[in-house]
Design a protein around this ligand. Structure first.
Ligand code: ADP
Ligand code: MG
Length: 729
């Protein structure tokens, strides 16, 4: 028989290592060449238009129709000069990834020919017929229109000859239907709130920016092997596959030498990134075989998120050029590490001060401490929400498994910062001392020391870790839109900073000295938010018990984790900072539940198909070979010897038969559960049914298939095995 697996293995291993060819030009020559950045604006826009646009961007103001017309004209000329023929509004619906609908610039010229046109109206707003995007019931089909509107803070760019205009996506009645709209609102809210607090220390501060540096982890698989795995093609992960004898136990892949085929791919990818102004900087092998990481220099959060979304589509395209397929799924392979997307996050003032970085003077350090403590308080209050913001059907496989953060949010601070907070709480560091230092008096007692936070003080088991001048939110999934996590975090922190500012201002109004007031509020926040602080081993079972005692959220069922989005404290918080209405929150949850069920439904269908139409037939074929063999043994050997050999053979056959029977009945049960789940009245109940009934049976079926993989003749096994998928030669 022709075995697909062997054909694909042969094809994959016949690929020669590729020579890494360096770009001919220096990087500064092509960096951002496909982006309508300020340099291009300056070149292509009338100077008055340029000035007005830059002013609007810097001050977050809307632009007039007249200005838009002038910008559109310049943008079109630039795009056409770059060879573009089409334009699109590029937005982030509530699916995975981005959406676009291309239109050519052409218009009739009235003489039988065409002209290339692009007006301010088309630039600023469109009405894509986008009724098929998930809206959680906000749009009925009779009012299916959604609007996309230009986000002037994110520059337009060209991909494959199409001018892409980053836009927000909202319904006819004004509700957001995407990630960008609430993200922009959250960033605005944190800007306002953090500016209030930063002004306690520097009255000159006008704005506070939120920064994001994501680290994208991914797997590469040879295209030929990928094509022979319907589960990878349809679901992005392997639904079966026995562990490979060697995987990551020798720890030889992490930071190891990059195979030249992969190095050539990475270089190509980075060059494409750089042309699009994505500041790709770091690349390395990750822990699991075939797992890698790309990280850019951090940027303002909205832009960084656009860049991550762009990267996720670029990486797939460039991988294909190199006969690879990229897997962005959080857990493509059982038994080895999954992929995350660490979100390095910080706040910084327009005066260039990073607010989570210790300073040189006691006052700067008090500002640093105040911001850190407010983050702790926000994450503590909303720890369940933080977890919900990163939860998905795919990330659920990674969290709580033994190599990833647990499904509990806690904050790691490190020994130095922990000690300082303790000293402040115990009044070993006092406002008197800070004030004395300010007046130049030397008190020769403990004081806020010059803080040098040791960056090597790391804890990889923490889902949310302080790392010197930023927080690293590690629980985010590799395939996620970072927007979800960044909306929750920036919103919660904004709300907390507002409450802090209110309290400090009230104290000052009542006559308390400002430093006193700040320190008093900091002190009570330290006490209040202590339960979120955990520097120990987040993977341990003791921590799960301890976390429950501390009142942290320990729910592990994804559909139930989503509930917190509709809890009163969440609804109130989002309302106060002006990000979501209750209706929007409810609609978004409907989408989350629906997506969860649909993903499990697809996986379950693929598993059923593979089990019944691929695995069982192969195992049956092998079983009948063995049975033939028993007959032959009985023929050739007589008496006790024949019985003994036949018994041994039969034992193996019975074992196989048991696994096959379990697979068949498992698939029947799984299908029944699916039908029952599909009949549930609400999306929430349906998702819970998929989680509670369908997922466990899928896991059981898998165990039996993986056991069969070890028994059936290698020649007959129909799917590429882990040992083949995981090692690029
Ligand atoms: P590690 O894997 O050791 O955590 P990496 O070098 O892989 O570090 O990634 C660190 C990421 O953090 C980079 O994207 C970097 O730009 C980003 N980063 C550094 N400083 C900040 C900051 N102040 N705010 C946000 N992101 C930051
Ligand atoms: Mg990191």
């Amino acid at each position: 028989m022709s075995n697909l697996r062997f054909k694909s293995v042969e094809e994959a291993s016949s690929r020669k290592a590729v020579k890494v060819e360096l770009p001919k030009e220096r990087v500064d020559k092509y960096y951002a060449s496909q982006v309508f950045n300020r340099q291009k604006m300056f070149e292509y826009l009338p100077s008055e238009t340029y000035r007005a646009l830059v002013h609007a961007i810097d001050n977050k103001q809307p632009i007039s129709r007249k200005l838009a017309d002038s910008v559109a004209e310049g943008m079109k000329r630039w795009a056409i000069d770059c060879g573009a023929r089409h334009y699109t509004h590029w937005f982030h619906p509530l699916t995975d990834g981005t959406a676009e609908k291309h239109d050519a610039f052409i218009d009739h010229d009235g003489k039988g020919g065409v002209v290339e046109n692009f007006s301010g109206k088309l630039l600023v707003q469109q009405e894509p017929d986008a009724s098929s995007f998930p809206s959680g019931g906000i749009r009925n089909t009779f009012e299916a229109r959604g609007y996309s509107a230009w986000d002037i803070s994110s520059p337009a760019f060209i991909v494959d000859g199409t001018l892409c205009i980053p836009t927000i996506f909202i319904s006819y009645t004004g509700e957001s239907l995407d990630y960008k709209t609430p993200l922009l609102k959250a960033l605005n809210a944190v800007d306002k709130a953090a500016t209030r607090v930063a002004r306690f220390f520097d009255p000159e501060v006008n704005h506070v920016n939120s920064y994001l540096g994501w680290e994208q982890e991914y797997f590469l698989v040879d295209e030929a092997l990928y094509d022979a795995r319907p589960d990878l093609v349809m679901t992005g992960r392997t639904l079966m596959g026995h562990e490979s004898a060697k995987n990551q136990q020798l720890e030889d892949h992490y930071f190891g030498a990059i195979p030249s085929r992969v190095a050539a791919f990475m270089l190509d990818l980075e060059t494409e990134c750089h042309k699009l102004g994505i500041p790709a900087k770091t690349r390395h092998n990750e822990v699991a075989p075939n797992q890698f990481e790309l990280a850019p220099i951090y940027e303002e959060t909205n832009l960084a998120n656009d860049h991550n979304l762009l990267l996720m589509s670029l990486i797939a395209e460039v991988a294909r050029r190199h006969n690879f397929r990229v897997l962005l799924h959080e857990k493509p392979f059982a038994g080895i590490n999954g992929s995350g997307k660490h979100n390095n996050w910080s706040l910084g003032t327009d005066k260039g001060v990073l607010l989570f970085a210790p300073g040189k003077t006691p006052e700067q350090n008090l500002q640093f401490i105040a911001f850190v403590v407010n983050v702790m308080a926000a994450v503590h209050k909303h720890n369940a929400l933080m977890k919900a913001s990163i939860m998905s059907a795919t990330n659920a496989h990674r969290l709580g498994a033994n190599e990833a953060p647990p499904a509990i949010i806690s904050i790691f601070l490190g020994s130095q910062l922990s000690k300082i907070l303790k000293d402040i709480e115990n009044k070993d560091i006092d406002a008197e001392i800070i004030l004395a230092r300010k007046e130049g008096r030397d008190l020769k007692v403990a004081q806020i020391p010059e803080l040098i936070i040791d960056n090597t003080d790391r804890n990889r088991t923490s889902p949310f870790a302080f790392t010197g001048n930023r927080f690293e939110y590690r629980a985010v999934g590799s395939s996620a839109n970072c927007g979800a996590a960044m909306i929750a975090l920036n919103a919660a922190v904004a709300d907390q900073l507002n409450s802090f500012a209110d309290k400090v201002e009230a104290r000052v109004e009542a006559g308390e000295e400002k430093t006193h007031a700040i320190l008093s509020e900091v002190r009570s926040l330290i006490t209040e938010s202590k339960p979120i602080h955990f520097d120990g081993n987040g993977y341990s079972d003791e921590w799960k018990e301890e976390a429950a005692r501390r009142g942290l959220d320990t729910e592990t069922s994804a559909p139930k984790i989503f509930d917190v989005y509709q809890a009163p404290e969440t609804v109130e918080m989002f309302r106060r900072v002006g990000i979501y209405t209750p209706k929007e929150l409810q609609a978004r949850n409907e989408v989350k539940w629906e997506m969860y069920s649909k993903k499990l439904q697809i996986e379950s269908r693929v598993l059923g198909d593979l089990a019944i139409n691929h695995i069982i037939p192969a195992a049956t074929r092998y079983e009948s070979l063995l049975l033939d063999n028993v007959y032959k043994i009985k023929e050739l050997f007589k008496g006790e010897k024949a019985d003994k050999i036949a018994r041994q053979e039969m034992a193996a056959i019975e074992q196989m038969a048991d696994h096959m029977a379990a697979i068949k009945s498992g698939v029947e049960t799984m299908v029944e559960h699916r039908h029952k789940a599909n009949r549930k009245k609400t999306e929430r109940e349906k998702a819970i049914a998929y989680h509670d009934t369908v997922a466990p049976v899928m896991e059981e079926i898998r165990q039996h298939i993986d056991a069969l993989e070890l028994m059936v003749d290698n020649e007959i096994w129909p799917l590429p095995k882990y040992r083949e998928l995981l090692f690029i030669r």
